[in-house]
Design a protein around this ligand. Structure first.
Ligand code: DAH
Length: 356
């Protein structure tokens, strides 16, 4: 029995891996292993011999089992040490920076304008960018022969040969959303409609696609005075300072009377400051909604009246954030976006006073 013990204790000590340990376990203490064979011999012994040999064999079995499991643990520890030596991680290395995206000034200004008008009770409405010529022109009191149609540099879609229905257009302004909203909601109504518009024009202050916000307020006794108050309130909130406005009589087919609105500004070494000085800058068109337009929208002009206005969002963004060239807005140049864009946690908000 001492030979058996020495043999296995040595073999276990020399075992190189878990497979070898398992082989040794089967050989020594398995069902048909050497200890089991010895156990079987107990049957042939005298009771006295058995009393001595039985416990000795059991003790030997226990000893070999413990040696096996101790060696198994030691091998696993060694394997882990080996792995830790090769798979180490230097937690002191600086992290890999990820660039943050930024919010485009147009999106930012659209949000700001929407927040200000929402605060005054205006809901947001939207319409399609591809319009019928009825919504874009006729319904707005711009008939086929009207010069305003020619002046708008309209993009027309293509009709199949022989199809002489008037082609659809890329909307040239957000005004058609007035008609769609009147049809849908009737009066009274108070909405703004932000969105993209299209005209065939391209230079430092014009791009073929740009953005407007349309406003419409209809009620029983809404007047030009309400229009003036709403716009002044808007400019003051938007620019974060009191801004004087100047209403100049002007003509748009969809309003009567119509007015262009200028805001007070000052030019200082080539850049413009809003809310100071005694220069004026034109920023929007507006007026009292024309009775024909109300009728197009299914509203009785003897019962309801109100005002409408259209503002260029891009122009507002350039003015507020001092961005000189409109074309760069839509170049998708990441350097421009990083410079003029807004971090998502650093946006001007209505509750923060809308200043950067
Ligand atoms: N639709 C006009 C344009 O694109 C802007 C405009 C002028 C809108 C007067 C209005 C308005 O609602 O009353 O130039």
């Amino acid at each position: 029995m001492d030979d058996l013990r020495d043999k296995y204790i040595n073999l276990i000590a020399d075992a190189a891996d878990e497979v070898a340990i398992e082989d040794l376990r089967v050989q020594a203490v398995g069902k048909k292993g050497e200890i089991a064979l010895k156990m079987r011999e107990l049957g042939k012994m005298t009771p006295e011999e058995r009393q001595i040999m039985g416990p000795k064999l059991n003790a030997l079995k226990d000893e070999i089992n413990s040696a096996l499991s101790a060696k198994k643990t030691a091998l696993a520890d060694a394997a882990l040490d080996e792995r830790l030596k090769t798979e180490w991680l230097d937690v002191t290395l600086p992290g890999r920076g990820r660039r943050q995206g930024s919010i485009h000034p147009i999106s930012q200004v659209t949000e700001e304008v929407t927040a200000i008008f929402a605060d005054m009770g205006f809901a947001v409405a939207e319409g399609p960018q591809i319009e019928t010529d009825w919504y874009n022109f006729d319904a707005l009191n711009i008939p086929g022969h009207h010069p305003a149609r020619a002046e708008m540099d309209t993009f027309y879609t293509h009709r199949a040969e022989g199809d002489d229905r008037p082609p659809h257009v890329l909307r040239t302004h957000t005004s058609p959303v007035q008609i769609r909203s009147m049809e849908k909601n009737g009066a009274p109504i108070r909405i703004i409609c932000p969105g993209r518009v299209y005209r065939a024009d391209y230079d430092q202050t014009h791009t073929p696609m740009f953005h407007q916000i349309e406003g419409l307020a209809l009620g029983k006794d809404i007047s030009m005075a309400n229009l003036k108050w709403v716009l002044e309130e808007f400019f003051t909130a938007f620019f974060g300072t009191e801004v004087k406005t100047r209403f100049r009589s002007s003509h748009f087919p969809f309003v009567e009377p119509g007015a262009e609105v200028d805001i007070q500004c000052k030019w200082e070494n080539g850049s413009v400051k809003v809310g100071e000085g005694d220069d004026w800058l034109e920023v929007l068109g507006s007026g009292m909604v024309h009775p024909h337009v109300l009728k197009s929208g299914g509203i009785d002009p003897d019962e309801y009246q109100g005002f409408a206005f259209g503002i260029g969002i891009d122009r507002l963004a350039m003015l507020k954030y001092g961005i000189p060239d409109l074309r760069a807005f839509f170049d998708s140049d990441l350097r421009w976006l990083r410079h003029y864009g807004f971090a998502s946690l650093d946006q001007p908000t209505l509750h923060g006073g809308l200043v950067r």
